[in-house]
Design a protein around this ligand. Sequence first.
Ligand code: AMP
Length: 176
Amino acid sequence: MTIDLKSLIRTIPDYPRRGIRFRDISTLLTDPAGFGDAVERMVSLAPRDIDLVAGIEARGFLFAGAMAARLDAGVLMIRKSGKLPGPAMGADYALEYGADRLEMHQNSVPKDARVLIVDDLIATGGTAIAATKLIESAGGECAGAVFLIDLPDLGGAARLRDSGLDVHALIEFEGE
Ligand code: AMP
């Protein structure tokens, strides 16, 4: 039986602000068959010979951990600013209004390690591109990116592909 993953994702209008349709995956996460199926299908889209799966805080962690265990890879935490206990390195990126920063621990990516980037959703791509910069500045190789959801109208997946990355997503939603 094929599970309709899209139907397990809830859309909350005007969250976190007016005009945004928030794609809420908490309803997919609490569906045991749905979550398992999403992870299996994301794993099937991943390139082989991955050393690390980089999960982007916070919802990316959920998929990155489950996928890494299936890919015999480690998990790399890419966190919001100020959350990591050890010496960290960061990359700044622009948001629609303002800026933000992602960080990871120094020395957490061995030189030439093949790293897969994972998040729940790609919109403008700013977050994922900042993650690729971090990984590459540490000497790792970005081997691809897998998302549960793509919002193609915002162009992030296309931007990532233009930078040479292999990009996949299971589900698309129109609009923002
Ligand atoms: P972006 O950097 O624009 O690609 O935004 C991607 C990040 O913002 C991901 O970590 C998503 O979890 C979150 N995000 C952006 N837009 C939405 C949305 N419409 N619904 C849920 N999460 C979103």
